[in-house]
Design a binder for this molecule. Structure first.
Ligand SMILES: [Zn+2]
Ligand SMILES: [Zn+2]
Ligand SMILES: [Zn+2]
Length: 152
């Protein structure tokens, strides 16, 4: 949940009129603690009223294009959507669970990146840094050990 972001204003600043559907999609992504799959966003929004799957996907693409949200690859061809870094949210790394495919936001300070040093060693212009840490999430760890390793 975020009390600092004004989604209506952010849409307007990005040159988009804040229609009810755009707001619903944007709020759903922005209010989630972790990035969501398009399917999860559609499922959540359907609870509160009929919304077409194609509409949700189209709005997600539009918000990505305007830099309001980020589309993150999960390594397995599925994508997750999360709020793009803005004045209230610093860029941060993500944890990807290779068992259940979930993506978690990590604290920005958990894996600091020395952008200045990086820029010095790289002649091109760096615009964004995406860091993904792969492993097994807490929930999957508690659910039991690797089934594939324990099969007789
Ligand atoms: Zn916010
Ligand atoms: Zn997991
Ligand atoms: Zn995140």
């Amino acid at each position: 949940m975020c009390r600092n972001c004004n989604y209506t204003e952010m849409l307007q600043t990005a040159g988009l009129s804040p229609t009810a559907k755009r707001l619903k999609v944007f709020e759903c992504v922005g209010n989630s603690d972790n990035p969501l799959r398009a399917q999860e966003i559609h499922d959540a929004l359907r609870q509160t009223g009929e919304i077409n799957r194609v509409t949700v996907y189209r709005i997600l693409d539009l918000l990505v294009e305007r830099g309001l949200i980020e589309k993150m690859s999960s390594g397995d061809r599925s994508f997750h959507f999360g709020l793009a870094p803005n004045e209230n949210h610093r860029p941060h790394p993500h944890f990807h669970c290779r068992r259940c495919g979930s993506l978690e936001c990590l604290q920005p300070e958990s894996l600091p990146v020395d952008l200045q040093a990086l820029q010095k060693s790289h002649p091109g212009r760096i615009e964004a840094v995406e860091i993904r840490v792969n492993g097994i999430c807490k929930r999957c760890l508690h659910r039991g050990t690797e089934p594939e390793l324990h099969r007789p």
